[in-house]
Design a binder for this molecule. Structure first.
Ligand code: UDP
Ligand code: MG
Length: 168
C-alpha cells in the first residue's frame, strides 16, 4: 500500500450542470481525503500545459477550448487533490473510462458524461492516470501552501517585486 495524491478536475460541463456536489459525493466513496481544493479560471496556457502530452491528437484544439470553458456558461473548473492509499487508481476507477459512452454507467463519466455532436468527450471529470502524471499535475495546479499534506519535497523561497492583487 502506498500513500499517493492525485489531481482531480471537475470540468466546465460538470460545473455548468451543477454536478459538483454529486461528483464529490461519488468521490467520497473512495474514503480518500481532500488535501486541496480551488476554483480556477483556466488560461489557454494552463490548459495547454496540462494536456501537453496530447498536443498531436486531432481533438487537441477542441479539448483546450472545452477545458477553458469556451463551450459552457462557466469559464472555470474545480481542482482538487485527493490523498490516501492508492489514491490514483481508486479515483480513476470511480471516474470510469475516458469515452463516456463506453464507461460503466455507475461510474462518474458513465452517469454524467456525453459525446457532443462534434465528437468531444464531455466527461465531467479529469483524474491523473499514474504517479508521474499526478506529481506533474498537482505541481501545475497547486502551490505547496494550498495542499495540507505535502508528499513532494518543498523549499522555502522569498519572492521579490512580484505584483499581486490584495484586498483594497
Ligand atoms: N478526449 C476526447 N476524445 C478522445 C480522447 C480524449 O475528446 O478521443 C478528451 C477527453 O476529455 C479526455 C481528455 O481528452 O478526458 C484527455 O484524454 P486522455 O486520453 O488523457 O483520457 P483521460 O485520462 O481523461 O481518461
Ligand atoms: Mg489522461
Amino acid at each position: 500500500m502506498t500513500v499517493e495524491q492525485t489531481l482531480v478536475l471537475i470540468k466546465p460541463d460538470g460545473l455548468e450542470k451543477s454536478l459538483t456536489g454529486n461528483i464529490l459525493t461519488r468521490l467520497s466513496e473512495t474514503r480518500l481525503e481532500i488535501a486541496g481544493a480551488r476554483i480556477v479560471r483556466v488560461s489557454k496556457e494552463l490548459a495547454e500545459t496540462h494536456y501537453a502530452a496530447l498536443k498531436d491528437q486531432p481533438f487537441f484544439q477542441e479539448l483546450i477550448d472545452y477545458i477553458i470553458g469556451k463551450f459552457h456558461g462557466k469559464r472555470k473548473v474545480m481542482a482538487l487533490v485527493y490523498h490516501g492509499e492508492n489514491a490514483i487508481s481508486k479515483v480513476r476507477e470511480i471516474c470510469g473510462a475516458t469515452n463516456p459512452e463506453e464507461a460503466d454507467p455507475r461510474s462518474i463519466r458513465g452517469a454524467y458524461g456525453r459525446i457532443t455532436t462534434s465528437g468531444i468527450f464531455e466527461n465531467a471529470i479529469h483524474a491523473s492516470a499514474n504517479p508521474e502524471e499526478a506529481e506533474r499535475e498537482i505541481k501545475l495546479w497547486f502551490c505547496p501552501d494550498e495542499v495540507v499534506y505535502n508528499i513532494y519535497p518543498v523549499k522555502e523561497t522569498k519572492v521579490k517585486s512580484v505584483k499581486l492583487l490584495a484586498w483594497a
